[in-house]
Ligand binder design. Structure first.
Ligand SMILES: [Zn+2]
Length: 465
């Protein structure tokens, strides 16, 4: 078995920071020992990676991606191959993507289709959540089977009537089922029925520009849906994970529920922390680049999101990576904002944007690792195989240079999309060497991995309860 030693770095996990050497055998971390200690000095290695002056962190776990998602008559532009390669460049070594059940079809058919898209092409490891678009007797029964196969989380939508939408009765039934089988319900919490009324009114009034996407998807309708989801979960006796929280008032709903002791969790995304309705209002049709749902909010909301991350009212930062090219895809919504495909690219940028947040004083280094690696791994049953640096864990490791300067740009990123939501932004910090299960997949900006190295990950039920 090949042995790798990573020497001299500052190992950072969610729990601690230590100057330690890391010994990797085959695909796993087998030991840590203080740098300079006799124990570490005695290790022999086939490969020595010098991490002096650098961090050694767990590979990022991005628990919310949509590779090749069909949406609005087109398809997200990253395949599992291009998207996971971009993830690796950005120091993310596990993604959990969303398999989709179509209305009238089974969970099984959706899951099989997503397995087919991902098999043999991923650069890093991957798992699946299941989107339930059609809650009925038979799909509820299928939930039990999927939990047994390591698909332990189920996303429901209070938005997108006619596509993914479930009414409150369906949501309650899925939550009851999850309470019994251990499946975690993930919620897109926006009142889509009310939003569709406002969309129609806006278009009738001639308000067709991208910025109206943000205006009709009102903050109150996110807060209301978040509140309703919490109460439905309480009635069902189930935990709840709210995806892509963007509104301050929605964070307040989560905080209140958590103060009451309810097992309610929240995720936000870098776009809500760094971008705002100012971007949606960019001149011409530029705002379309920033159309996603929940929408970007006025800048004032960002402080509540950062605070929620610090106080643990929000536990996870994922990307909701769902890229559509500006040319030909976002352009489908010229003259009608409701036809702009919803989603932003970001899988490559998350770890660095959150490291920048450490430098900016929003987060501690350990909290950075917690929200980006450890908490998503625990939330979705991947811990401690993923999300930490410890004996027995997969050797998904990033040698991270906290002083490297970069300017984010579509010209240099690896995502298969023709723009960057963070174009021109200067960040300090970058992954230098990325290992996925002991194999170096990225080194100094060079891709050394291969399609098919990434392996499907069966997940246990939520370990966060
Ligand atoms: Zn999503």
């Amino acid at each position: 078995m090949s042995r790798t030693v990573i020497r001299g770095g500052l190992v950072i996990t969610a729990a601690e920071e230590m100057h330690a050497d890391v010994l990797v055998e085959g695909e796993q971390v087998v030991a840590l020992a203080a740098t300079g200690s006799d124990a570490a000095g005695a290790w022999t290695a086939d490969r020595l990676i010098d991490a002096t002056g650098l961090y050694v962190i767990p590979g990022g776990v991005d628990a919310h991606t949509h590779m090749q998602l069909p949406f609005g008559g087109t398809e997200a532009s990253d395949t599992f191959e291009t998207g996971t390669r971009a993830a690796a460049f950005g120091g993310t070594t596990t993604i959990v993507d969303f398999a989709v059940q179509s209305v009238g079809s089974s969970l099984r058919a959706g899951l099989d289709a997503w397995h087919e898209k991902a098999a043999g092409v991923c650069a890093v490891d991957y798992g699946f959540h299941m989107i339930m678009a059609d809650v009925n007797e038979s799909s509820l029964k299928e939930m039990d089977l999927l939990v047994g196969e390591g698909v332990t989380s189920f996303k429901l939508f209070m938005a997108y009537p006619g596509v993914f939408y479930s009414d409150d009765g369906k949501i309650l039934r899925a939550m009851q089922h999850g309470a019994a089988n251990g499946g975690l319900v993930m919620m897109h919490a926006e009142n889509g029925i009310a939003i569709d009324v406002l969309v129609a009114q806006a278009l009738a009034a001639g308000h067709t520009d991208p910025r109206y996407h943000g205006e009709v998807r009102r903050e109150l309708l996110e807060a209301e849906a978040t509140h309703r989801a919490i109460k439905l979960a309480q009635v069902a006796g189930s935990p709840l994970y709210v995806v892509h929280v963007s509104a301050a008032s929605a964070v307040a709903e989560l905080a209140k529920a958590r103060d009451e002791g309810l097992p309610v969790f929240g995720e936000t995304c870098p776009q809500y922390l760094y971008l705002s309705t100012d971007n949606l209002a960019e001149p011409g049709f530029e705002g379309a680049k920033y159309v996603c749902s929940t929408p970007l909010r006025p800048r004032e909301h960002q402080a509540a999101l950062w605070r929620g991350l610090r106080t643990d009212d929000l536990q996870v930062v994922s990307t909701d990576h769902c890229p559509f090219c500006f040319a030909g895809q976002k352009e489908l919504g010229r003259g009608d904002f409701s036809k702009i495909p919803n989603g932003l690219p970001g899988v490559e940028n998350r770890m660095d944007l959150l490291h920048q947040a450490v430098l900016d004083g929003h987060l501690t280094r350990r909290r950075w690792i917690e929200i980006a690696c450890a908490a998503p791994a625990r939330m979705f049953g991947l811990y401690p195989r993923k999300g930490t640096v410890a004996p027995g864990a997969d050797a998904d490791l990033v040698v991270y240079d906290p002083a490297a300067e970069q300017t984010v740009s579509a010209a240099t990123h690896h995502m298969n999309v023709d723009y960057s939501a963070y174009e021109g932004r200067r960040l300090t910090g970058r992954a230098r060497t990325v290992l996925s299960r002991g194999t170096v997949v990225v080194d100094d900006g060079v891709y050394l991995g291969r399609p098919g190295h990434g392996r499907y990950q069966q997940r246990t039920t939520c370990q966060y309860l």
